[in-house]
Ligand binder design. Structure first.
Ligand SMILES: [Zn+2]
Length: 78
């Protein structure tokens, strides 16, 4: 299982998604949406493989700074 982080700077949110999530799709985002333009982005971006562990994904979220605190630790698996 790989993990990608969706980063939404305007709202100070960063959420970890499993690569298999239908909203994440290995960092591609939803079809016809979320092309990586604008202020939000996936890390790593498609086609870069996701973080191999939740721990590494969380480390990335922490590296974003204390502004990104509201969704730390919640993993989206839908
Ligand atoms: Zn998701």
């Amino acid at each position: 299982m790989a993990y990608h982080v969706k980063v939404i700077p305007p709202s100070g949110r960063a959420r970890i998604h499993e690569a298999s999530c239908k909203f994440c799709r290995d960092g591609q985002g939803m079809e016809n949406q979320d092309k990586g333009t604008g202020p939000t982005y996936w890390q790593p971006p498609y086609p870069v493989p996701g973080f191999p562990t939740i721990a590494e994904a969380k480390r990335y979220v922490l590296s974003l700074g204390s502004r990104y605190i509201d969704t730390q630790g919640s993993v989206h698996t839908a």
